[in-house]
Ligand binder design. Structure first.
Ligand SMILES: [Zn+2]
Length: 415
């Protein structure tokens, strides 16, 4: 039986201004009509389910572009592997997937996972065993010896492979990509740069050569997968851009030349900026010191970030919200805070920011034929919002005001 969602204010994700009053007609899991409803199109009694949405706003299902479902309440890097057995991390990941869906995120692109958890989770969600976003699963982090994810001291001989596959030189990197694809990864994640929280690889560090990252990208593309690189400083951002990594994560200190390269090659930039704001706001409660946060640390990075991403916006680089949630100071469930960053810091209008979180996310996931905008023929993945996100983008952070539909079925309905 057809479903009619009526009395809506429509934001379709294409960037078009809202349409009101509007209706959606859904058959099975697919949208068959979007927009104003003529008298001839009106549902006939007994032939359809009609849901009066009472003037609420409908937007496409949100896409989290940088998610780590298998990271949970992480306070130190050891929490990612040494301190959390894979069995327990898997259970937590399933819980986080449901939370993401209930938060309005009907799809997500992973930016790295421990063990093979993403692949198992993706399968379980696709088979309908567990609720969660449509997922692109990521590999473990491919990382150089002494790189950001190679944190445990050699003398302990832990040989841990839960978080990272350590690979040096093009041949080992190709082998690590092949192993990840064998495991079922859609996204091949690598670490090229450093991070303020990990003193063994400061922000300015670059731990792979262009030749090495080119090998990773070539091998990844040969098998039709997506390459993703964590970079922060200019040196690592440049290497990722020159090598043609599909999705560049952070790139806070990217130079004008590197940004132009990203734009010219049509690469995607995922700032993940909420992560830095959350460290500054909440980090001290979890032992993050002033040396890390202070004026020459993260406060400098967020200042630079605003300039970099505003410039990236001017250059027309495709950017997607995805805020690196899963850390104690930046917990799962607060994903839509990164959309607010797109408005408050990067300078997108609320309508544009919603497009970044829906249409752009779908393009990043290469699923734009099925999701990302509300048009006939696409899947009925959507969020009915009790409020006006164009007046207050923060309304998307209040789960009690969101009703989430995925594939034509309400996952949560709060009206
Ligand atoms: Zn991340």
């Amino acid at each position: 039986m057809r479903q009619y969602l009526t009395h809506l204010r429509l934001i379709d994700g294409t960037g078009a201004p809202p349409v009101e009053p509007a209706a959606l007609v859904i058959e099975g899991d697919t949208l068959v009509h979007v927009g104003r409803l003529s008298a001839a199109d009106a549902p006939r009694p007994g032939e359809a389910v009609v849901v009066d949405c009472g003037g609420r706003t409908v937007i496409p299902g949100l896409v989290e572009a940088h998610i780590h479902l298998s990271y949970n309440d992480v306070k130190v890097i050891a929490d990612l592997d040494l301190n959390c057995p894979p069995e327990y991390a898997t259970l937590l990941a399933a819980r986080n997937a449901e939370l993401a869906l209930r938060s309005g995120y009907t799809a997500a692109r992973s930016a790295g996972a421990v063990h093979r958890i993403d692949m198992a989770l993706k399968q379980a969600i696709a088979e309908g065993l567990y609720p969660g976003p449509r997922l692109l699963a990521a590999s473990r982090d491919i990382c150089a010896t002494g790189g950001m994810a190679d944190w445990n001291p050699t003398y302990l001989k832990l040989g841990m492979e839960g978080l990272a596959l350590i690979a040096d030189g093009p041949d080992q990197i190709r082998a690590a990509v092949r192993r990840s694809i064998k495991d079922g990864a859609d996204v091949i994640k690598c670490y090229v740069g450093g991070d303020a929280l990990l003193p063994h690889t400061p922000i300015a560090d670059c731990t792979y050569s262009v030749e090495e990252v080119r090998a990773l990208v070539e091998e990844t593309h040969m098998r039709g997968r997506m390459a993703s690189a964590h970079v922060r400083g200019e040196a690592s951002s440049r290497v990722a851009a020159v090598a043609g990594v599909d999705s560049i994560e952070h790139a806070t200190y990217a130079s004008e030349e590197t940004l132009r390269r990203i734009a010219d090659q049509g690469l995607t930039l995922v700032p993940g900026l909420r992560y830095l704001y959350s460290i500054i706001e909440n980090g001290p409660r979890f032992g993050i010191t002033e040396a890390v946060i202070g004026p020459s640390g993260l406060r400098d990075e967020i200042k630079q970030a605003a300039d970099t991403y505003r410039r990236a916006r001017e250059l027309g680089i495709r950017m997607c919200p995805g805020g690196d949630f899963g850390f104690a100071w930046n917990p799962h469930g607060e994903y839509a805070k990164d959309i607010q960053i797109f408005v408050d810091v990067i300078g997108f209008s609320p309508l544009e920011a919603i497009g970044c979180a829906t249409k752009n996310g779908a393009e990043l996931m290469r699923m734009q034929d099925r999701i990302g905008t509300l048009v006939p023929g696409k899947l009925a993945d959507l969020v009915v919002v009790d409020g006006d996100p164009l007046k207050d983008i923060a309304v998307l952070q209040d789960r009690a005001r969101l009703s989430v539909m995925q594939g034509g079925r309400f996952v949560t309905r709060n009206f």
